[in-house]
Design a protein around this ligand. Structure first.
Ligand code: TTP
Ligand code: MG
Ligand code: MG
Length: 349
């Protein structure tokens, strides 16, 4: 198995740089507070120029300004970053491989049985295309499992590319601090250090029974990870990013009453699927296929999340009216996107 892990470099900051080209090369941060209250907030990310001064995520903005007083500041604009994240995801989805979106700026892609050679070529192309088509830098890790692909990526930041094969893992892990293993937080790290285990190589050589005794099943998991055994799976959530249905009309028509009947059925099916998965939506799009087989899509967004079938249908109707005009359509579709809720969805990285 080959897994490719992609994590965007200083993601919120790089997104701001896209629309503020004057920022390039200057130290700046993105923070939680409005510009006028910036000293009360926290740094969400710092570009690499700002990191040179010791500024980093999670630090009070006040402290960041103490480290570098000329710092530029931006308030976060989550919806904008989310829209760019979705564009990255659809670029990656065009490769037709299972993808897990692990956070707003992180994707794990399952390359299955492909060779390292082939995987590397494709992964490099992905990195190139994210850079050219979206305009953002990222770092890519390639390995034989999800956790190790992520660690390869972390170790190659920024703008890097790193491959770690099975036979290289022991050496790669050995000297690293145990805190570098995903899942080991400050508490676990402190407890391990009390036991005299501070490097991953030491964890790999520890008594697994002792680890299980202290940490339960997580003890077994970290022992295995330290020894290069990773059982984590890529959990695809692509189907939850949008839910849509389409259907061919009995006969081509420009009659909105007939089309509405179909939109009603489709909205009902979409709503059922949405409820089954526990999602709410913010955007609705409709698709029409005309007599000459050309297709057109229109979409609209709400300012809030909703799960109302009535609202979905109302929006679909309005959008479809514009698409139909007086042209006959033979097939129509309804799709909701910008979903939220569901199982295991988190807001931040
Ligand atoms: P990360 O991928 O952890 O960090 P990054 O992309 O800013 O920098 P790099 O990957 O190059 O080290 O997080 C992605 C985004 O998530 C980040 O740009 C801002 C947000 N974030 C927070 O809001 N708070 C945090 O504490 C962290 C770590 C990230
Ligand atoms: Mg990142
Ligand atoms: Mg990340």
């Amino acid at each position: 198995m080959v897994v490719v892990h992609i994590d965007m470099d200083y993601f919120f900051g790089a997104c701001e740089e896209l629309r503020h080209s004057e920022l390039k090369g200057k130290p700046f941060v993105v923070g939680t507070a409005a510009e006028k209250d910036k000293m009360r907030g926290v740094v969400q990310t710092a570009n690499y120029e700002a990191r040179k001064y010791g500024i980093k995520s999670g630090m009070p903005t006040m402290q960041a300004f103490k480290l570098y007083s000329e710092l530029s500041y931006f308030k976060e604009d989550y919806d904008y970053y989310e829209s760019i994240s979705k564009r990255i995801e659809s670029l990656l989805a065009s490769y037709h491989k299972p993808i897990e979106r692990m956070s707003i700026d992180e994707f794990a892609i399952d390359f299955g049985k492909e060779s390292y050679y082939e995987s590397e070529l494709t992964a490099k192309e992905m990195k190139e295309r994210i850079n050219k088509e979206i305009g953002l830098p990222c770092t890519v890790g390639v390995s034989y499992s999800k956790t190790f692909a992520k660690m390869a990526c972390d170790s190659a930041k920024p703008n890097g590319f790193k491959v770690i094969k099975e036979e290289e893992i022991k050496e790669f892990l050995g000297n690293k601090d145990v805190s570098k293993l995903p899942g080991i937080g400050v508490k676990t790290e402190a407890r391990l250090k009390e036991m005299g285990i501070s490097r991953i190589g030491e964890l790999a050589a520890a008594n697994p029974l002792l680890l299980i005794d202290k940490f339960g099943s997580f003890g077994k998991e970290m022992f295995e990870l330290a020894n290069g055994i990773d059982r984590s799976k890529i959990v695809e959530r692509a189907e939850t990013l949008s839910i849509g249905r389409e259907s061919t009309l009995e006969e081509p028509t420009a009659d909105m009453q007939k089309i509405d009947k179909k939109l009603g059925e489709l909205s009902h099916e979409v709503k059922r699927e949405l409820d089954k998965k526990g999602y709410v939506f913010k955007s609705v799009s409709v698709k029409a296929r005309y007599q000459d087989f050309t297709e057109a899509i229109r979409n609209a967004s709400l300012t809030h999340y909703s799960n109302s079938e009535e609202l979905m249908l109302g929006m679909a109707h309005k959008l479809m009216e514009k698409l139909v005009g007086d042209k006959e359509v033979r097939k129509v579709g309804v799709r909701v996107s910008s979903l939220s809720g569901g199982i295991g969805q988190r807001r931040l990285a």
